[in-house]
Design a protein around this ligand. Sequence first.
Ligand SMILES: *[C@@H]1O[C@H](CO)[C@@H](O)[C@H](O)[C@H]1NC(C)=O
Ligand SMILES: *[C@@H]1O[C@H](CO)[C@@H](O)[C@H](O)[C@H]1NC(C)=O
Ligand SMILES: *[C@@H]1O[C@H](CO)[C@@H](O)[C@H](O)[C@H]1NC(C)=O
Length: 424
Amino acid sequence: MGPITLCVLLPVTVLAVVVAIAAEGNAVDDEYTWPQWKVPLVKTRRTVPLSSPNFSAHPQPELSGTCGIECQRRLPASSLGDLEQFLSYETVYENGTRTYTSVSVQGLNEVTAWPGNISSSSRHKREVYGTDTRFSISDKQFSTKYPFSTSVKISTGCSGVLVSPKHVLTAAHCVHDGKDYLDGVQKLRVGILKEKSRRGKGGKGRGGRGKGKRRKGDKDEEEVEEKEDNGGKGDRKGKGKGRKSRSRRSAESGKPSFRWTGVKKTQVPKGWFKGVSDGLAADYDYAVLELKKAPKVKHMDLGVIPSVKKLPAGRIHFSGFDDDRPGNLVYRFCSVSEESNDLLYQYCDAKPGSSGSGIYIRLKEPGKKKWTRKIIGVFSGHQWVDVNGNGMQQDYNVAVRITPLKYAQICYWVHGDSSECQVA
Ligand SMILES: *[C@@H]1O[C@H](CO)[C@@H](O)[C@H](O)[C@H]1NC(C)=O
Ligand SMILES: *[C@@H]1O[C@H](CO)[C@@H](O)[C@H](O)[C@H]1NC(C)=O
Ligand SMILES: *[C@@H]1O[C@H](CO)[C@@H](O)[C@H](O)[C@H]1NC(C)=O
């Protein structure tokens, strides 16, 4: 690969970014178009108030015991009633109150895809997993431009993606451990990469943590210079100094900084909760956050794709905030190694922190020349997966796929009206 060789010859960060942009741009499945789906309707049956959550859970570094694709094959197919239960959801509001909404699903049997000329004959060889690489998009010139700008940081330590002007899709485990909401969810905030940072004095001479925030007239929106693990990974003591100097350094090196925005409400499907969808919880590791204020950043639409492996390039892409590269947006792409209706397994390089990133691919819109990127999944993270039911575990990076039904649900959460969600 030409660009990779160049990268070795000239180890310059900016060049690495350019290589990343080129890699992102090259992976176009040129002759293939987005399939059009008629999706089911998800409707509210009723909403009831629940007691406020305790917000007592702590973030988990790694998920385990996922019933894998083979394991899931042996489970009975979910009935309509089951699916309605899994898609029913909880909403937590900024004031700490909580509701439960049960839903009905209509038209599940009518779900159809007009295959967007997804051919099953693989005309090109798929990529070799060994070439997978992560790229730090550390230059604001790129990180604040689409598609990278759609990636956001969640204050509990995860990543997410803007799927509407003011909705963020992330992983459910970033806000809920299956039993309770994480302690950081009561004051959940979302960091959007900021194009301009105030020059000079910005990061300097500020006192302790409390003063680290600078209020702009608007109280819903706080500007904070980049701080690693803001809020999320527990309040480790004695971090104050480190943070301050880090923040100063990042301001000086031109690394991304965030504009933090509060979250108005958080929605999590019941399928994620312990004891609801035993064996299938991993399929429901997604959540949607509604921001108090819409950032002026282009979002990425959701899409549904029947098979990623059947695409000739067969690659997925995602960008997030991996823990091991604080302050950097990290982009990567890779091939999918296994897929089921609900999950994608791959060996994309990823570290904790990138959980919740939006997984996208790019295809042409039917009848149009230009290709479009769409979010087809949510990155869950590294997991040990039960591969064949005899207790044998294999490790993968797992992503939740956006199925027509999940598309219908997320679209309903975003629009509040299922009639706007009939075709994916
Ligand atoms: C909150 O904690 C109390 C006491 O530990 C427990 O009884 C209750 O069930 C918890 N509530 C929720 C919603 O988790
Ligand atoms: C909390 O917020 C929700 C949604 O804005 C509202 O319906 C509810 O009445 C509020 N509850 C309290 C106790 O303020
Ligand atoms: C698939 O390809 C055929 C012929 O090339 C074309 O007529 C049809 O419209 C395409 N379908 C879609 C959904 O793009």
